[in-house]
Design a protein around this ligand. Sequence first.
Ligand code: THU
Length: 161
Amino acid sequence: METRHIDIKVEVASSLDELETADRELVMRAQKAASRAYAPYSQFNVGACLLLENGEMIEGNNQENASYPCGCCAERTALNYARSKFPGTAVETIAIAAFNSDGQMNTPIPPCGICRQALLECEADSGRPIRVIMNGKSLTNIVHSVADLLPLSFDKKNLNE
Ligand code: THU
């Protein structure tokens, strides 16, 4: 049996000043979107902002529910809106940020597993990588493809082979 290694490249910024202007704007919009989250159960307010290939920026935040599983993450709130308003339009970048009652989370906020899967479908459909900017108060991580966050993933190719 052979052993294979999967490497991913992560860029790490210790200040938003290190980001490109367009990326910084996405992060700031994600932070703002978090302030409009509906998260009375977790008190964990997440915001996301997508940049589409047509230049549109789409914001979303987490929407919780008394029936907990009914809630939706910020990333999928934004992604589903983008895909319903602009079907077939590639997503270039998503930025994510989160806050609790003490303020912004220190560490970069990664998308959960379900959101990774949802983003992967979009990435596979467009054939273009989606950059993921995970913003935290003290660090920001950037990966250049959702596939990097979901190695050995399941997608529609597995259904049809
Ligand atoms: N949440 C997100 O919106 N995005 C993530 O990537 C992680 C988790 C939300 C779901 C729930 O409303 C709250 O954060 C706590 O898990």
